[in-house]
Ligand binder design. Structure first.
Ligand SMILES: *[C@@H]1O[C@H](CO)[C@@H](O)[C@H](O)[C@H]1NC(C)=O
Ligand SMILES: *[C@@H]1O[C@H](CO)[C@@H](O)[C@H](O)[C@H]1NC(C)=O
Length: 442
């Protein structure tokens, strides 16, 4: 054997070790209001499968009027329902589960965050209060979802202040004297990753230095709120024409300098529906008069899967590689197991940090259309995840073959650098070659 061959063998070995030990974060959001959904939709904390996710994030907490204290929103009745304690009960089944709290969301006034970051004293005060609050309620970390810096009453200076705030928070988290058996608190942010939003609201490459990772919400790119109303998919996987898609935005942020392992790709467990103006125009891009039967709240997969099961014809937008259905005069763009799996493949093939699931209670968690959690399980398939949960979700033998193929693919990709289109194409042809067509995953 010549030296080169030995070297090459070593390299392959090293890459294999790196890949085998790579663990992707599976950051699942649990919305506090899911209990209050109409009876059938309610997902109680005790009913969540504690092995699907590595991190479960309770959304959302809000801020008090001074912007320095974390509060539970009115109407959550946290005490009465014992919500946090029940939430943490997942840990009694899987003690490795990391439990986080997310503060913000649309309902939290942007002006309140603006107050938080308005002075060093306020930031400091928030940090101390946040640590107390998180420890008191047994959370392992904090996610911040400010919608959005420099909008809705927050001045442009807040983009820079947010940076200082995150730096200060991380510093305080790192310098906390952790309680026994507890680790340093995790700090993450959730953001709208579109280029338009980022140009106004964030400096993500710099923010990424001080957070453990960034949840990039790769959804709600379009909706009934657009003027004029157009039936458009809200979470395209790909497009040669429209840069608002998961493939191109992921690459955009890698190229901008956000470390790959800090990019956590947001996957929607819901579709978005539109009421078509003219039943004769049903293509993506058709005119609409407003939201469909989801009334603008999003169309849960737990509900949508029944449409497909009952025979609604699933179509795919060729350029965007995501499905839609038309029911009467309603147009619904959503994700199916296949598109979710492909989105997760982007994470796997490009060494991103993981996936963010929005939200647990929107997927078909009861399995009313077949396998429980069809989309989250599809994401796991796409990540080809290991460490204890593989055997729960896939046939081990088949999995080994898939892993070997994936490793080969990664090796090839690494040599080529980031070439998303090729990679997607390869996956496409691989899949159609293997199964002889698109698989119905429900
Ligand atoms: C739809 O197309 C049919 C057949 O061409 C036509 O008769 C009808 O008027 C059209 N409807 C609308 C609302 O334009
Ligand atoms: C998205 O990326 C692909 C390559 O992966 C490229 O061919 C395509 O033009 C990009 N789309 C846009 C709208 O820039």
């Amino acid at each position: 054997m010549d030296a080169q061959a030995v070297l090459r063998g070593l390299l392959v070995l090293i890459i294999n070790i790196v890949i085998t030990s790579a663990e992707f974060n599976r950051v699942c959001f649990y919305s506090g209001w899911s209990l209050y959904r109409d009876g059938k939709m309610g997902l109680a904390p005790e009913d969540i499968d504690p092995y699907l996710c590595t991190h479960v994030v309770f959304a959302y907490a809000t801020l008090d009027d001074t912007g320095t204290q974390i509060r539970v929103p009115d109407g959550y009745e946290t005490e009465e329902l014992n919500l946090f304690r029940r939430f943490h009960s997942m840990r009694s089944k899987n003690e490795d589960l990391v439990m986080m709290l997310s503060v913000g969301g649309w309902a939290t006034d942007s002006k309140l965050f603006s107050k938080t970051v308005s002075s060093e004293a306020n930031m400091q005060h928030f940090a101390e209060e946040a640590i107390n609050y998180l420890r008191k309620h047994d959370f392992d970390g904090l996610d911040i979802d400010w919608q959005f810096p420099a909008t809705r009453g927050s001045p442009p200076e807040d983009v820079q202040r947010y940076y200082r705030f995150l730096r200060l928070l991380q510093w305080e988290f790192e310098h906390e004297e952790e309680p026994d058996d507890k680790s340093t608190l995790i700090l993450t942010i959730s953001v709208d990753p579109t280029v338009e939003r980022a140009a106004i609201s964030y400096d993500l490459p710099r923010y990424s230095r001080w957070v453990n990772w960034i949840n990039m919400k790769m959804f709600d790119f379009y909706g009934h709120w657009n003027d004029p109303c157009v039936a458009n998919h809200h979470s395209a996987l790909y497009s040669a024409h429209d840069p608002k898609n998961v493939n191109n935005l992921s690459r955009y942020w890698v190229n901008k300098g956000v470390p790959r392992h800090k990019i956590v790709l947001g996957l929607p467990m819901y579709g978005r529906s539109f009421t078509l103006t003219n039943r004769n125009y049903t293509q993506a891009g058709a005119p609409c008069s407003g939201p469909g039967s989801d009334e603008g709240d999003g169309y849960p997969i737990s509900k949508l899967c029944h449409l497909i099961k009952n025979g609604a014809k699933e179509m795919v937008i060729a350029d965007k590689r995501v499905p839609y259905v038309i029911v009467n005069n309603e147009w619904i763009g959503y994700d199916n197991p296949e598109s979710i799996k492909q989105k997760a493949r982007i994470v796997f093939n490009n060494f991103l940090g993981g996936v963010m699931i929005w939200t647990l209670d929107l997927d078909d968690y009861k399995g009313s259309c077949g396998r429980p959690y069809p989309l989250i399980n599809a994401a796991l398939d796409g990540l080809n995840a290991r460490h204890g949960y593989n055997e729960l979700i896939t046939n081990a033998k088949q999995d080994q073959a898939q892993q070997a193929a994936a490793k080969k693919e990664i090796y090839r990709q690494r040599a080529l650098g980031w070439q998303m289109q090729d990679q997607q194409e390869a996956i496409h042809s691989q899949q159609s070659g293997r199964t002889g067509g698109r698989r119905r995953g429900w």
